[in-house]
Design a protein around this ligand. Structure first.
Ligand SMILES: [Zn+2]
Length: 59
């Protein structure tokens, strides 16, 4: 898996569940690629922030 595919998969994982093959491929890539690991971390932080923000809007 290349970085471009990996980052796309990371983004898509927030929109839809990844299938097993995609999950494994992404996991392996994240093990060997610090750039995508950082991207994954940023995405997770961002998505958490978005969720918290949306929740605050509801209340
Ligand atoms: Zn990568």
């Amino acid at each position: 898996m290349r970085c471009r595919q990996a980052t796309r998969m990371i983004s898509e994982s927030h929109e839809r569940p990844l299938d097993l093959q995609e999950k494994v491929g992404l996991k392996v890539h994240l093990l060997i690629c610090p750039h995508c690991r950082r991207f994954d971390k940023n995405c997770k932080t961002l998505s958490r922030m978005m969720k918290a923000f949306k929740q605050r809007e509801k209340n």
